[in-house]
Write a protein that binds this ligand. Sequence first.
Ligand SMILES: Nc1ncnc2c1ncn2[C@@H]1O[C@H](COP(=O)(O)OP(=O)(O)OP(=O)(O)O)[C@@H](O)[C@H]1O
Ligand SMILES: [Mg+2]
Length: 251
Amino acid sequence: MNVKPDFSNSANQAATAPAFLSVWDLHAYYGESYIVQGVSFNVHEGEILALLGRNGAGKTSTLRAIARLGNPELRHGEIWLDHQPLHSMTSYQAASVGLGLVPEDRRIIPGLTVEENLQLAQIAPPIGWSIDRIYELFPRLGERRKQEGVTLSGGEQQMLAIGRALCRDIKVLLLDEPYEGLAPVIVDEIEKTLIKIKELGITTVIVEQNAVRALELSDRAVILDTGSVVFDGSAAEVLENEELRAEYLAI
Ligand SMILES: Nc1ncnc2c1ncn2[C@@H]1O[C@H](COP(=O)(O)OP(=O)(O)OP(=O)(O)O)[C@@H](O)[C@H]1O
Ligand SMILES: [Mg+2]
């Protein structure tokens, strides 16, 4: 698993074809706090990967490092998205080559309507879905287009946050706890949308405390513990393996 992606030998590409999103040996720090301690995993194009682990395992920090947010600071490692070296980019550049992060707090902009929140996401290229297409995916957002975004319910705000990511031309969607605080019926609704997004070919990494729901949705799973990968395999394998779940997920 800890193999550095090698793009040098194109003649041999079938044997060495890199994953769509390849995270290799990430080490990241908050000041002197060493948090992400050599994380590596691959995500294949079009799949959903669940990134799981207990509280404080380093899931959010790993997503932030991939999105190049600067905090935590990435001091070592490589991140390749569709042959683009994210590790040598700023967060702005990473977003412009197709990295879409939906953070846990959703970041809906106060004072703006639903529609204005979506329009703002389209202010700079690369522009993704049209706003009408976002409303097709999330009819509730269309119904509330004139409403101030921050007054939406939690589920609707999550839809708006995902919609806003899709307004950009993204290749990978990173979701940090999209189900947090939502009623099961709303989780069902968001899950259906994530399946639709997958069918449209977008690759997704989902971080969730609700590990069972995330695993049921996902093709594969990576489990983190104290900033390191302790499992990398199929989602079904985690669902079936009670020992693994008890040890690293407390479920
Ligand atoms: N801004 C920060 N400064 C210093 N340490 C931080 C900061 N953010 C997180 N940490 C520490 O980094 C470790 C990993 O945190 P992180 O938020 O990545 O975990 P997580 O797996 O997302 O947890 P949770 O399930 O609670 O969201 C924790 O020990 C946390 O206290
Ligand atoms: Mg977190």
